[in-house]
Design a protein around this ligand. Structure first.
Ligand code: GLU
Length: 424
């Protein structure tokens, strides 16, 4: 398979530039019209707000909040809200664009958006986080809407924050609109299966790729970086399918055990240990930077962006990378992985299970009728398999790697939306 990648000598300090670099390569290869390309190179709406919050010490602290809507050509915009210190306008813009492409790849009737607050949630009390989430909801009251822009959890947020944001939105509007936000707790309109969905999508994509590579799940080993919502479910579901998980890690510690790690025990340990792995005894502790390059067949980066770089890409031993995180591979690392013939299932396909079940949650909220977990999982798996196949076929047809093929798959759909809806 020959590959098309961005110019490796050109560094991308901006995450949005890294998105544009891949977008341009895909656009050229598929012959996307320049007009459509221009539309997609420019996010449709960017909102930045200041959120003054009364902290527990009685002092006011001002936080920066963001929401960027990248596109609405295929439907209302969809995408998570992250609470992290590196949140900024550029990062949110990149993540919003990826949501447009991710929703299109997964065949969801959505555009893309992303939001975030620059904060360190681990250092904030529950009361401070609640006031911050409610203030954010008030500031975004005209952006969010069931048929307008639908947020969800992302890094640093979970069902708890979604519940506060929903409650505030409902108070403003004087009615209950559960479909305005997804990833909610089950009791207030969440969907069964949503919590594990992103990890489940990683599992389905891994199995689909292994099948194409003529490898069997119970004959391969995997390393999973990140042990939060995505990484822990991905590791658990992969191990349930017979994959031997030899490495795991989070921001506190990394571990390796060539005999395989008992993932249920690791999940149990983290649950009782402030949700972190530090102190886990089921494997040997290794340095964080060793995890990605340790011996394995499948590598699942499911933590942060920009972790596979031109510095470490050459040392990666895996044959298959399945991107649980958003943007874990820099554009400079892509050609190195391609030269090594490593197959990379890109983020906009590999982690689209989360937004897929968010879509199911929204459908259930609109209908006021709720599905069983089995129904959710069956529908999810089918959608993932269809999306994987479409991207794989485009990789073959356009003689390119799966990342650019995923962009092409998305662009083929979004192009129709842009053209059919037209312009002023
Ligand atoms: N934050 C997740 C993502 O990056 C989920 C988004 C959603 O469910 O809307 O895909």
């Amino acid at each position: 398979m020959s590959t098309h990648t961005v110019n490796a000598t050109q560094a991308h300090d901006s995450m949005f530039d890294a998105v544009l670099a891949r977008l341009d390569v895909a656009a050229k290869l598929m012959n996307l019209s320049d007009e459509v390309l221009q539309v997609l190179r420019n996010p449709s709406k960017q909102v930045k707000v200041s959120l003054p919050i009364m902290m527990d010490n009685g002092k006011i602290q001002v936080f920066e909040g963001y929401r960027t809507v990248h596109s609405t050509h295929l439907g209302p915009s969809k995408g998570g809200i992250r609470y992290a210190m590196d949140v900024n306008a550029d990062e949110v813009m990149a993540l919003a664009a990826w949501m447009s492409f991710k929703c299109a790849v997964a065949n969801l009737p959505y555009g893309g958006a992303k939001g975030g607050i620059k904060c360190e949630p681990r250092n904030m009390s529950v009361g401070e986080l609640e006031r911050l989430s409610r203030a954010y909801a008030v500031s975004m009251k005209d952006v969010f809407g069931v048929n307008r822009d639908i947020p969800a959890p992302d890094m640093g947020t979970s069902g708890r924050e979604m519940a506060w944001i929903l409650d505030e939105f409902n108070k403003i509007n004087g009615e209950d609109s559960p479909g305005v936000i997804t990833g909610k707790p089950i009791a207030i309109g969440g969907s069964l299966g949503r919590d594990a969905a992103t990890g489940r999508g990683v599992m389905v994509n891994t199995l689909a790729a292994l099948k194409k590579m003529n490898l069997k799940a119970n004959e391969v080993t995997a390393v999973v970086q990140g042990f939060g919502n995505v990484g822990s479910h991905a590791a658990r579901l992969l191990s349930e399918k017979g994959v031997k998980i030899v490495g795991i890690g989070d921001h506190t510690a990394s571990f390796y055990n060539e005999k395989g790690i008992d993932i249920a025990a690791a999940i149990d340990f983290a649950a009782k240990n402030n949700r972190v792995l530090k102190g886990f005894k089921g494997a040997t502790e290794i340095k964080a930077e060793e995890l990605l390059t340790s011996k394995c067949d499948v590598l699942v980066p499911a933590a942060l962006q920009n972790v596979i770089t031109e510095e470490n890409a050459g040392k990666i031993q895996a044959k298959l990378i399945v991107e649980g995180a958003n943007g874990p591979t820099t554009p400079e690392a892509d050609p190195i992985l391609n030269d090594k013939k490593i197959i990379c299932v890109p983020d906009i396909l590999a982690n689209s299970g989360g937004v897929t079940v968010s879509y199911f949650e929204w459908v259930q909220n609109k209908a006021g009728y709720y599905w069983t977990e089995e129904e959710v999982n069956t529908k999810h798996d089918l959608k993932m398999e269809i999306a994987f196949e479409a991207v794989w076929n485009n990789a073959t047809q356009f003689k390119t790697g799966m990342r650019i093929a995923a962009y092409i798959t998305a662009l083929q759909k979004i192009e129709q939306g842009v053209k059919l809806k037209g312009a002023y």
